[in-house]
Write a protein that binds this ligand. Structure first.
Ligand code: GDP
Ligand code: MN
Length: 415
């Protein structure tokens, strides 16, 4: 599910007639103070990152003057929230909050529903998971019909919304469903939905994810990779996606698993299939190593695609080893992998003598493939170990071999 930032989501709410605070996004403290000056009122400065709980983490600060907004932005732009660096802030008119509500829509695939489900609660501001069941009002949404104003009125009044707010609340609920459909959302949430001291209903936050297969319909969203990402795609991720996007023969999924490029213990990780990937990560974590990236070449990809993936994996500057995690007997001709890995390591290992490589490959034409690896890699200046199906279930063994080679390599480099 491709995610959008709060400031992007709010524009789509506004476009549908839902009130949002006046505001603009800024990437420097100076810009933030200029936005605050244009707004001409006290503002809220809010970190734009793809996680919730920014408020608690100090990522939302109120400022009375442009000078204060500058300070707040400076502090927030230097922060990491749940491991994610903050690159932008939203500076918007501060709301005088009377009460915070919750409204959100998610698809419910259970057989009783198989439709989007709308949730509304008078207990906003906290995560919906923390709200007691009896305070959440739910309704199934007919995707074709939407959620008409009279249904929204029903929902708001059964939640006990006072009369003078009913129309405003119901309007937002009904329009939110329209946005959900128009923008092909998978999650759309306003938390808090704010009622101000003057009695206006305004979206205080917006969380929005859209269906990956619909991104081509939404150039307005500027989504670079139609996938769920924990952070904005890095250059590494964009190169990785380029491999997948330009070659549909088998899968060549590759993405970063960390933004930490300085700590020790990261391994260039290359799995063959999803199950193998899980076992491989387990093998690494049990010996105190970590995958720098996720990569999966399965579904019978061609050698050139595997070559591109392995090349990208090895391009990571901080890795202390490379693991080919073929932990399942793959139903694909493994010599494509063998040829690709030979080519990559012949290019890469002379640049990094002694580099640890543990290669586990099992599947069709295994003997021939292992032979290709053995012959092709002979005499290279790396620490290369090659294993086949005799170790396919042996994650302890493979993990221990990896860490043993990494330790030798560190010693040799005096680390
Ligand atoms: P989240 O913690 O990542 O979900 O970020 P939110 O945008 O939901 O902000 C968290 C909390 O900060 C909200 O529940 C509000 O209590 C508070 N907050 C956010 N914006 C404003 C504002 O403009 N005025 C006031 N008074 N509080 C705000
Ligand atoms: Mn929120």
């Amino acid at each position: 599910m491709a995610r959008l930032f709060e400031y992007q989501g709010k524009e789509f709410l506004k476009d549908a007639g839902i009130a949002i605070p006046t505001g603009e996004v800024a990437s420097t403290a100076k810009e933030a103070s200029e936005v605050a000056a244009r707004i001409g009122k006290p503002v809220a400065v809010k970190a734009q990152v793809w996680v919730g709980g920014r408020g608690k983490a100090g990522g939302v600060k109120l400022a009375d003057t442009p000078e204060e907004a500058k300070k707040a932005a400076k502090a927030i732009l230097g922060m990491e929230i749940k491991g994610l660096p903050v690159r932008k802030v939203l500076v918007e008119e501060k709301l005088d909050i009377e009460k915070e509500y919750y409204v959100g829509i998610i698809p419910d695939g259970s057989w009783e529903s198989t439709c989007p489900v709308l949730m509304f609660s008078t207990e906003g501001g906290m995560e919906i998971e923390a709200v007691p069941e009896d305070k959440i009002f739910r309704a199934k949404v007919d995707y074709l019909k939407g959620f008409p104003f009279y249904d929204a009125l029903d929902m708001a009044s059964s939640a006990g919304i006072p009369n003078e707010l009913l129309k405003g609340m119901a309007g937002v609920i009904s329009k939110l469903v329209a946005v959900f459909k128009k923008r092909d959302c998978n999650i759309l949430e306003i938390n808090p939905l704010v009622v101000t001291k003057e009695g206006k209903v305004i979206a205080g936050d917006c969380r929005m994810s859209i269906d990956d297969s619909s991104t081509f319909r939404h150039p307005e969203m500027g989504i670079t990779i139609p996938r769920e990402f924990p952070w904005e795609p890095t250059d590494f991720d964009l190169v990785g996606w380029g491999i997948e996007e330009t070659d549909l023969r088998g899968s060549g999924f590759v993405m970063k698993m960390t933004l930490d490029e300085t700590s020790p213990g990261f391994i260039g990780f290359h799995a063959i299939g999803g199950g193998a990937a899980m076992i491989g990560m387990d093998a690494l974590s049990r010996v105190g190593l970590k995958p720098a990236n996720f990569a999966d070449t399965s579904g019978n990809p061609v050698g050139s695609k595997i070559y591109r993936v392995a090349k990208v994996v090895l391009a990571q500057p901080n890795i202390e080893g490379y693991m080919l995690a073929g932990f399942l007997i793959a139903n694909q001709e493994q010599w494509h992998h063998a040829h690709a890995i030979v080519k990559v390591l012949r290019e890469e290992l002379p640049k990094r003598p002694g580099f640890p490589c543990v290669l586990l490959l099992a599947g069709n034409k295994e003997e021939e493939s292992l032979q290709i690896l053995r012959e092709g890699l002979e005499g290279l200046p790396g620490r290369i170990e090659i294993y086949g199906s005799e170790h396919v279930e042996d994650s302890d063994f493979i993990g221990n071999r990896m860490v043993a080679l990494v330790e030798e390599y560190r010693k040799e480099k005096g680390r």
